[in-house]
Design a protein around this ligand. Structure first.
Ligand SMILES: [Zn+2]
Length: 133
């Protein structure tokens, strides 16, 4: 079940579509998709395209990226709250991560509006968020 979900999620990303899932029982929204509801434990989930709109709560620089992402280093990594509710950590574009001072200064302006997009990195399609100016 979970493997099929992961496959569907990545196949959709390749087409530029970003899906989350919504619990059919309690309507809780989950992103990234999971096979079971983290709120009520039900296993009946419905695929829903996410709006892509969210806010960045805080971030820092990705100091120790996995090896395959090392060539993109440094990048901003932070907590996003999606409009639909879920909070998760991901990569963010449009921020200055060159110095501790710059990071500190931008963190004082939180929350910032962000928008999801699909980006090809290290041969994979991944969901990143971009700061909306
Ligand atoms: Zn539920």
């Amino acid at each position: 079940m979970m493997e099929r979900m992961v496959e569907k999620f990545y196949k959709s990303l390749a087409k530029g579509k970003i899906y989350g899932v919504k619990c059919k029982k309690c309507k809780h929204f989950i992103f990234p998709p999971k096979a079971g509801c983290e709120k009520c434990g039900a296993h009946k989930m419905e695929w829903k395209l996410i709006s892509g709109n969210g806010k960045l709560l805080f971030f820092s620089s990705g100091n120790l990226p996995p090896l395959k992402f090392a060539k993109y280093h440094p990048y901003a990594y932070g907590a996003i709250e999606l409009k639909e509710g879920p909070v998760f950590f991901t990569q963010i574009e449009g921020l200055d991560v060159k110095s501790v001072e710059a990071i500190e200064k931008q963190n004082k302006k939180m929350p910032m509006k962000v928008k999801a997009k699909v980006k090809k990195m290290a041969g994979m399609n991944i969901v990143v968020f971009k700061v909306v100016k």
